[in-house]
Design a protein around this ligand. Structure first.
Ligand SMILES: [Zn+2]
Length: 197
């Protein structure tokens, strides 16, 4: 059952009444359709499907699918997107240049606010985004950019300078090897979009 045959049947792209199970990850979730009833999706995601992430992935090692389980729901009348990721991505170790696995497994939860006044309805530590800033405006219905939001979180979790725990450069004679500056995560701006002031 773990083998996922390529079922790229475009039949699933028709306007299905129910949230499709085990098709590829939806780009968007229609808020008009699902914001009230809630929406769930779970399935396998190929890290190579994340367009911004792909540049950071190792090409020396096959990527394996991540398991994603996501839910859109309301709590205190505030929309939340919660998801659980399980799995690793392969990046390039910045010390030995060999592939290194980075575990992305975690639980993520973002409140999606209609406006600033909803901030008082959520916990202080709760991450949040304003729907106005993320919902696609050009479409006739309000679409939550589901895949993009998941990728944002993946990018924030992805280390800029991944390294093996146990590989060392064999350089002693110069004394201490200065740790590379971590530098700013190029995706740090994504974090600043979120509520934490
Ligand atoms: Zn290494």
């Amino acid at each position: 059952m773990s083998s996922t045959p390529e079922t790229n049947s475009s039949a699933f792209h028709t306007d299905s009444k129910k949230a499709p199970v085990s098709t590829s990850m939806p780009e968007h979730i229609s808020l008009d359709k699902w914001a009230d009833t809630g929406f769930e999706w779970s399935g396998e995601v190929d890290p190579n499907d994340f367009e911004r992430l792909v540049a950071m992935l190792s090409t020396e090692h096959d990527q394996s699918n991540l398991h994603l389980s996501a839910e859109l729901y309301r709590r205190n009348n505030v929309l939340h997107l919660a998801f659980t990721l399980k799995g690793d991505i392969w990046l390039t170790c910045q010390r030995c240049l060999q592939p290194v696995a980075v575990d992305l497994s975690d639980d993520y939860n973002i409140a999606l606010l209609e406006n600033d006044s909803q901030v008082r309805l959520i916990d202080e530590e709760q991450d949040y985004l304003l729907l106005d800033e993320i919902v696609a405006v050009q479409s006739p219905e309000r679409l939550l950019p589901f895949k993009k939001l998941v990728e944002d979180e993946v990018l924030l979790k992805t280390p800029l300078a991944p390294k093996h725990d146990d590989c060392e450069m064999s350089v002693e004679q110069f004394g201490e090897i200065p740790e590379e500056e971590e530098g700013e995560n190029p995706f740090a701006a994504l974090a600043s979009l979120k509520g934490k002031l």
